[in-house]
Ligand binder design. Structure first.
Ligand code: FAD
Length: 480
């Protein structure tokens, strides 16, 4: 069993350039996931001097661990939005997702990107009687918007359910092959630096100075495509969102199917097929709770009743009003994040919106996704909830290391500093500081993926303390 995502299997990256001098550009894109590359795609043909900087390797963040569905049927999103927004806004969100699918399809066709893009029917289903009405309501809403929605009580893999609805004009793809395809299109005109982390962004007159450990990039405009924004003040993102974590398996079947499916209610179960593999996701939860990863993975494996070939976890940002934060956050500073687990479509829209803002083009979605939009009072009431779940996980991480979970992990103090020690299969000790550099939460050890994970805001570190996922920008490597 491989403890990493199926999309990373056999995907070697070549042509890696690391920043080795100071630079002066018009636009810097920080982050090389599907968002960063989508923004780059919308700027590569302009006259602007653009560079993209990625802390690790392009595409190896959250985007490499997704399920890779391109669909506008996103659980019961339209019913949810209909409670908080008027019908025009709900329709606008629907149109944005349909446009996003077209954007991706057009790019794949135009540049002949070999990313296994396949048209499949996309299902929402439930096995819970009281959810049936909710699915019917979602269908009514989609009917009202003129979408062709079909009904069923069986999924195409012959699994029975209480109720399912589906649409036919949606896709699945190999997300990493798509991202590499975008990289290939833009890299002739845009400098892409990998293994290069931006630690600080400071305003100086009309410029931003973006600093790595050694070098500076002076830029007129900055795009944050870092997934979780690593800055806190003054934009208050941690109050306006939380992180949801899920567990994913891929296992071989002797046949494949042309559909993708997701349950209508949380914790979601999600299915899609890639070649002869079924990719099955379940057990999603707020990152701040349920930190026993071994048990979390076990629950997923128990459900599939077969030994998986791949197993991995992933997390995404859920916003207070279920609409992503895409647009201008400050003068000449932009962000695209908060995709509510639908980043394959929303990154395409994010790339287009930010490209249009930078190039002063009109875009009908700017207002809907604006990160500075005001939230209604009920959504603001979520703020204390988000703070309290963060405080709870912060305190929990300090007072309870749940030692009983672990077989090969020890915690102790060395020279007054908390460390965590993982003992590998050759009995070698790997020592790290047990404190997340972001906001000083204690870290739990994820025994399945062999990473140190922060249950407050999701930073992750490998067994030797190298930071592999933010919001932390720093490692926790122990130095004697
Ligand atoms: C379990 C799960 C399943 C999902 N399935 C689907 C799906 O089927 N369909 C769908 O539409 N969406 C899906 N999503 C959502 C989607 O995967 C994400 O929303 C999307 O991949 C986010 O892309 P990103 O580019 O914003 O983030 P990332 O891919 O994480 O990219 C951000 C990049 O920024 C880099 N970075 C961060 N800080 C710095 C720094 N300081 N300097 C330089 N670089 C930095 C990181 O290293 C990273 O590579 C799923 C999400 C989850 C959790």
């Amino acid at each position: 069993m491989k403890n990493y995502s199926i999309w990373l299997d056999g995907m070697e990256e070549s042509n890696i350039k690391v920043l080795n001098e100071d630079k002066d550009v018009d636009v810097i894109i920080i982050g090389g996931g599907i968002t960063g590359l989508s923004v780059a795609y919308n700027l590569f043909d302009s006259n602007l001097k653009v560079c993209l900087v990625e802390r690790n390797l392009v595409g190896h963040g959250v985007s490499s661990r997704t399920t890779g569905k391109l669909t506008y049927l996103q659980e019961l999103i339209y019913s949810k939005l209909n409670k908080n927004f008027n019908t025009d806004k709900v329709r606008l969100y629907l149109n944005s997702q349909k446009d996003a699918i077209k954007i991706v399809k057009d790019i794949v066709d135009k540049y002949k990107i070999d990313c296994d893009l396949k048209r499949v029917d996309s299902y929402i289903y439930t096995n819970i009687e009281k959810e049936v009405k909710n699915i019917e309501n979602e269908k009514d809403l989609l009917d009202f918007f003129g979408i062709d929605v079909f009904e069923s009580k069986t999924l195409p893999n012959n699994k029975k359910c209480k109720k399912a609805i589906y649409v036919k004009d949606t896709y699945v793809f190999h997300p990493l092959k798509y991202i590499y395809g975008l990289k290939k299109i833009v890299e002739n005109k845009i400098d892409i630096y990998e293994k290069t982390c931006i630690n600080k962004v400071e305003k100086e007159n009309n410029y931003y100075i973006c600093k790595t450990d050694k070098y500076k990039i002076k830029a007129k405009k900055v795009v944050f495509a870092t997934h979780y924004p690593y800055f806190l003040i003054p934009y208050l993102f941690p109050l306006k969102c939380y992180l949801e974590k899920s567990y994913i398996t891929a296992f071989k079947l002797n046949k494949t199917y042309n559909f993708s499916a997701i349950t209508s209610s949380k914790p979601v179960e999600s299915i899609r097929y890639h070649n002869n593999y079924e990719i099955y996701l379940s057990n999603s939860h707020n990152l701040c709770v349920k930190n026993d990863d071994k048990n979390n993975f076990k629950k997923v494996i128990d459900k599939i009743d077969i030994k998986p070939d791949f197993i991995w976890s992933n997390k995404d940002i859920i916003t207070s009003d279920n609409i992503p934060y895409i647009g201008t956050i400050d003068e000449n500073m932009y962000i695209s994040t908060g995709y509510n687990t639908w980043g394959m479509t929303n990154s395409a829209i994010g790339g287009k919106i930010i490209g249009d803002l930078i190039l002063s083009n009109k875009n009908k979605y700017i207002k809907l996704f604006s990160p500075n939009r005001s939230l209604n009072i009920f959504k603001i009431m979520n703020f204390p909830l988000n703070i309290s779940s963060n405080i709870k996980s912060f305190v929990g991480s300090k007072i309870n290391k749940n030692k009983s979970w672990y077989k090969n992990v020890k915690f102790k103090k060395i020279d007054g500093k908390e460390v965590g020690i993982y003992i590998d299969e050759n009995k070698k000790e790997h020592i790290v500081y047990n404190k997340c550099p972001h906001l000083k939460c204690g870290l739990t050890f994820n025994e399945v993926e062999k990473t140190w994970d922060c249950c407050c805001h999701g930073s992750r570190f490998d067994i030797d303390g190298n930071c592999i996922e933010g919001p932390s920008n720093y490692s926790i490597t122990y130095k004697k």
